[in-house]
Design a protein around this ligand. Structure first.
Ligand code: PLP
Length: 400
């Protein structure tokens, strides 16, 4: 066996630190760590998708998806990424020339703006500065000025850490007679997303975040109203009706990623066994722990300091320090992957993901490493306070 490759040379005050060269930690906002039970399911022999070996798995996985989405309607399962599942919403709902409203406060809002426009939608944008939280009252006001067929909104804007009040935005859209399409790629299974109770017409997600499965599956919960509102844009693979009708017979229209479906089935089972409300509470606590730790180090948060921001914690780097160096240092020295800022925030913030299979000790680990990296990069930070603050924040205050 080849000798393990030594990671980048430690420097500065912590030069004597000893670590395990092959250990890897995935602390990004997706993909996220996959539990061993799910990995075991992925390693099972491949089954045929039109055989009795697959059908019970498919059926259970689809039923569990409905539970996790909290909907009685169909959740369509595509072998694709989150963007693919989102594109299914666009090609089914956008007919060239129809008015749509896209709410954008970050990288993913911008992507949907481009996509809805790219498919010919007459798009109005309600744009916020990255890091701001969209306001339902603004959505209502904009729809009064200019009605839209659908409002497209991101629940958890992974580029900034902001989680929007989708319930309020959906109420404003419904009041104005518009459909509501929600990007819940990084939020489904991490924070509440009540598809039916909140009147969400379309909820899009992906396997690789809170659903604790490798990348490769996209999901799309679709209401009867959304199905009825399908337009005339050309589509085939992503045609909702084709997949809906096939799923109803447990006969996928195209070869699905059968191993990923088997893995997702197990992962959803784990979420439901823990209990969705317990999972949401755990994420609230994880967010509190990450924020408390960062603040205890003396760092400034970029993402909002509020319980709803339970998916990604975005932190500004101290003056004179480039986030790229923090990201590189964690990766090269400790095998830890965290995320840089996106767009104009590149180099200015780093993002800690705490989505899915995480507990407070993961937060403690990432904070301890960030502390070492920043200190070695010359930041004036409070040493030793972050982990204690994180553990306390996780444990003590009640959630609810
Ligand atoms: N929307 C949000 C909020 C995301 O976080 C991501 C991925 O990071 C996407 C959409 C795109 O998903 P994918 O990369 O699976 O296409």
């Amino acid at each position: 066996m080849a000798a393990p490759r030594a990671r980048g040379r430690p420097s500065g005050r912590t030069a004597s630190l000893v670590w395990v060269p092959e250990k890897k930690y995935l602390f990004t906002p997706g993909p996220t760590p996959v539990p061993p039970q799910v990995l075991a399911a992925l390693a099972e022999p491949v089954v045929h998708h039109r055989s009795p070996d697959f059908r019970p798995i498919y059926e259970r996985c689809l039923a569990r998806l409905r539970e996790v989405c909290r909907t009685q309607h169909d959740v369509l399962l595509f072998t694709t990424s989150g963007t693919g599942a989102f594109e299914s919403a666009v090609v089914n709902l956008v007919t060239p020339g129809e008015p749509h409203l896209v709410v954008s406060a970050g990288s993913f809002g911008e992507r949907w703006l481009e996509m809805v426009g790219g498919f010919g939608g007459d798009v109005d944008s309600l744009r916020y500065a990255w890091g701001e939280t969209p306001d339902a009252a603004d959505v209502a006001a904009r729809l009064r000025e200019r009605p839209a067929k659908a409002v497209w909104v991101v629940q958890s804007e992974t580029s900034t850490g902001v989680v929007s009040d989708v319930q309020a935005i959906a109420a404003a859209a419904t009041e104005a007679g518009a459909l509501v399409v929600v990007d819940a790629v990084s939020s489904l299974g991490a924070v509440p997303c009540e598809t039916d109770a909140w009147g969400l017409d379309v909820v899009v997600s992906g396997s690789q975040k809170a659903l604790m499965t490798p990348p490769g599956l996209g999901t799309c919960a679709v209401s009867d109203a959304a199905l009825a509102a399908r337009g005339s844009s050309p589509r085939f693979f992503f045609d909702w009706e084709r997949t809906r009708a096939a799923q109803a017979k447990l006969d996928a229209p195209f070869t699905p990623a059968v191993s990923l479906v088997a893995g997702l089935d197990v992962a959803l089972g784990l979420l439901l066994e823990e209990g969705l409300d317990a999972v949401f509470e755990r994420h609230v606590r994880l967010g509190r722990a990450a924020r408390a730790g960062a603040k205890a180090m003396g760092l400034e948060l970029f993402s909002p300091d509020e319980d709803r921001s339970a998916v990604v914690t975005a932190v500004r780097t101290p003056p004179g320090i480039d986030a790229s160096d923090v990201v590189r240092s964690l990766r090269d020295r400790f095998g830890m992957t965290i995320a840089n800022g996106q767009g104009a925030l590149f180099g200015k913030i780093f993002r800690l993901g705490h989505i899915g299979w995480f507990d407070v000790f993961d937060i403690a680990t990432m904070l301890a490493a960030v502390e070492i990296a920043l200190a070695d990069l010359g930041a004036e930070i409070e040493r030793g306070a972050a982990v204690t603050a994180a553990l306390e924040a996780y444990e003590h205050a009640p959630v609810g």
